[in-house]
Ligand binder design. Structure first.
Ligand code: DP6
Length: 328
């Protein structure tokens, strides 16, 4: 009987991951670059229990289907030479499956908790690889602050991992998140949407072609602590990703009317000299990259939009970590 608890924080991609080079190993087709945030937190407890006949999964207080989890836990069991089933309890401090990146913090927390509970002692690189098998974006949430995800070239995926580039304390930016429509809305999952986009969108290859330069330019902007340069890449990467998704046949459109209202408001802010750079993921919510001096003003401005049900101000967040050691 062995148990461990871990915490991880969601990240928002500044250069997006959208498309895979291998679905079975969940290998991204291109790199990506993200900022781990301090408020979007997932707490996960994993308990390998000899008395269980199957894995059980409690998410936000409710019994959930453990099938996807079982497939992922089998990776941990194979590595630890373990047969034991697990009880997993996970809690998100934000709406699940709403486009607020819950799978990123979920699999990062799981990788840390499950590997420890199974008695494995993995490097952060191995944790990132393990988290990626659950969700590509989760590989980045192993790390604090700014993280760079490599597409890798190896067939076994061992080089498709993230690495930390600038720590949470090294550049004090803010991400203001406007939750649109109560946080309950979710269309097609990012996994299905990116697969459909790769298979049908005439803009998919054009999207992939712009990623390496964007990653490089974002790295340089981060090194130079140049918010205007990083913000422009953040905005442009999101727009290119959504353009490719919207050109899918049939289209994948996450945007709602309120999404556009938020984007208009951000443009007004920019017009009055405020650094504000929008990004969106697989949901209608708008996230705005800004700095500490302007985050309250940005939050106030987008919070005035009627369909914006919640506004969160997030700062760079910590790495995934254990809350308790594995115990017998
Ligand atoms: C739009 O990591 O959820 O948020 O690897 O299939 O689980 P899977 O996809 P996932 O995709 C995230 C897509 C995105 C952009 C990003 O976070 O980079």
């Amino acid at each position: 009987m062995s148990q461990a608890s871990a915490v991880a924080y969601a990240n928002i991609a500044l250069v997006k991951y959208w498309g895979k080079r291998d679905s079975a190993l969940n290998l991204p087709a291109a790199g990506s670059l993200s900022l781990t945030l301090n408020t979007l937190r997932t707490d996960t407890m994993v308990h390998f229990d000899e008395s269980l006949t199957h894995d059980s999964f409690e998410l936000d207080g409710r019994e959930s289907d453990p099938r996807k989890l079982t497939t992922w836990l089998d990776l941990v069991r194979a590595r630890a030479k373990l047969q034991t089933r697990a009880h997993v309890v996970s809690r998100n401090a934000f709406p699940t499956a709403s486009g607020l990146a819950s799978s990123a913090s979920a699999y990062a927390a799981l990788a840390v908790a499950a590997s420890s509970a199974a008695g494995l002692s993995l490097t952060v690189r191995e944790l990132s690889e393990l988290a990626r098998r659950g969700s590509g974006s989760a590989a980045r949430s192993i790390f604090a602050g700014f993280a760079l995800m490599h597409a890798g070239t190896k067939a076994d995926g061992s080089d498709a991992v993230a690495e930390p580039i600038v720590g949470a304390d090294d550049w004090d930016l803010r991400m203001v998140i406007a939750v649109v429509g109560g946080g309950k809305v979710k269309g097609v999952s990012s996994r299905d949407a990116m697969e459909h986009c790769a298979a049908t969108s005439p803009l998919y290859q054009a999207w992939l072609d712009c990623v390496p330069n964007d990653v490089q330019a974002a790295r340089s902007a981060i090194d130079a602590r140049d918010l205007a340069a990083l913000g422009a890449i953040t905005r442009d990467s999101a727009m290119a990703m959504h353009a490719a998704a919207m050109a899918s046949r049939p289209p994948v459109r996450y945007w709602q009317a309120a999404t556009l209202r938020c984007l208009d408001r951000v443009e007004e802010l920019v017009g009055s000299g405020i650094p504000a750079y929008p990004t969106m993921d697989a949901g209608p919510h708008v996230k705005v990259l800004t700095d500490a001096a302007h985050c309250q003003e940005v939050a106030r401005a987008i919070g005035e939009i009627p369909e914006v049900t919640e506004v969160k101000i997030c700062a760079p967040g910590p790495a995934a970590h254990l809350l308790s050691e594995a115990s017998d």
